[in-house]
Design a protein around this ligand. Structure first.
Ligand code: HEC
Ligand code: HEC
Length: 335
């Protein structure tokens, strides 16, 4: 089978190689340091080495899992060759860049060892497989993979394999999201609209529709809203969460996590514009999220709420008064 490797995949692999070099430099530096030195361990930059995928049956599953991350729609999209599960043609790697290994891009390298885990959105303990299906259901607007399907097993094998690159004794860079400072004013879709034209439109299009690959099995530039975009129940639809991701990752050709392009305020305003569904409708099936309302993420915009702040405040901020409110009740707000 001939696999056409598109530009994005290439960029991803090249980034991966660069990161391996950085990681190995850091490992060398560490081994030369004084062992009695009591300084806290430096955070390491991780990368996976695809050449190290084992040549056995497990390795086969890992390889298919990696393929599924990069070419999700080709395999399991609306016209997938191995099954029709996704409702849209985005690929996992569009958000979990470099197949979930890029720092600060909803990195998935730690995930495998952190499940089963309690999830507030569902109000119960989820397995990793159920969490994978969450992303298939929401951003991808699709139907769940059977838990024993070849595809689910491949995703899990891949996540276990990327997890094996995480050192047990040191923190690593970019497992969590890049923080944005929350201003005293609400995020503004109006300011965001202007910034969108300046910084995003040239790739994602005037109507956020993106540009498909020639074979129509994915996107060169994925859609941001409209019938092919992610759903409101997705975490990408939450403004703080999206702003953290934009700061580290967009514009694609200009931002890096260590040299963001957008300011924190700009990232919040643009996220407010992209997620303003009065301008930008998107698929919106009924979801029953957060059965325990006091556990709602701060920037989740659907009521009822356990506090007295408005829908608009939850969606656009200002978030600080809400954070203070929850702190005064001795609770840590989630966002
Ligand atoms: C539109 C963007 C988007 C797409 C596409 C997407 N995800 Fe996600 N995914 C997210 C966000 C946002 C989170 C939550 C990250 C956070 O809370 O910091 C997430 C979380 C996850 C998690 C849980 C991570 C953890 O450690 O808790 C897994 C696993 C996951 N995604 C797998 C997938 C898979 C597999 C696909 C493809 C079938 C996929 N995602 C496609 C946005 C996306
Ligand atoms: C140079 C082209 C380019 C520009 C400019 C750009 N992006 Fe992207 N964007 C991409 C590509 C390519 C991806 C997919 C990344 C991947 O698959 O690794 C992406 C992915 C995304 C995603 C996640 C996937 C989805 O469709 O939901 C969001 C959200 C996003 N971009 C928002 C923005 C915003 C907002 C701006 C402006 C600040 C912007 N981008 C500017 C190329 C671009």
């Amino acid at each position: 089978m001939k696999i056409s490797v598109n530009r994005i995949v290439w960029t991803s692999f090249l980034t991966g190689i660069a990161a391996i070099i950085i990681y190995s430099c850091q490992t060398n530096a560490k081994s030369e340091s004084n062992p009695v030195d009591a300084k806290p361990p430096a955070t390491v930059l991780l990368a996976v080495d695809s050449a190290a995928i084992p040549g056995d049956k497990f390795g086969e599953a890992v390889k298919y899992g990696q393929e599924l991350m990069y070419r999700t729609a080709y395999y399991i999209g609306p016209e997938g060759i191995n099954g029709r599960y996704l409702g849209n043609r985005m690929n996992c790697t569009n958000c979990h860049q470099n197949g979930g290994t890029k720092p600060f891009s909803f990195n998935l390298m730690l995930s495998h060892e952190q499940y089963p885990q309690y999830r507030a959105r569902e109000g119960k303990v989820l397995t990793m497989a159920e969490r994978v299906n969450n992303c298939i259901n929401r951003p991808h607007n699709g139907k769940s993979l059977p838990l024993d399907s070849k595809e689910m097993v491949a995703f899990l094998a891949y996540f276990r394999w990327i997890n094996s690159f995480v050192p047990k004794d040191k923190p690593y860079k970019g497992g969590k999201n890049l923080e944005v400072e929350l201003p005293d004013v609400a995020a503004s879709p109006e300011r965001g609209a202007q910034l969108y034209v300046q910084h995003c439109e040239r790739c994602h299009g005037k109507d956020g529709e993106g540009i498909m690959t020639a074979d129509k099995n994915g996107y060169v530039y994925p859609p941001l809203w409209g019938p092919s975009g992610y759903q409101p129940g997705s975490s990408m639809h939450r403004i703080i969460k999206q702003a953290q991701w934009l700061k580290a990752n967009m514009p694609f050709d200009k931002a890096t996590w260590d040299k963001p392009f957008l300011t924190d305020g700009e990232a919040l305003d643009i996220a407010a514009f992209v997620n303003d569904d009065s301008r930008h409708p998107r698929p919106n099936p009924k979801m029953f999220d957060y059965p325990h309302i006091a556990e709602k993420a701060l920037d989740y915009d659907k009521g009822p709420f356990a506090d007295t702040f408005s829908v608009s405040a939850h969606k656009y901020g200002p978030y600080k008064p809400m954070i203070d409110y929850w702190k005064s009740k001795g609770q840590k707000p989630a966002y």
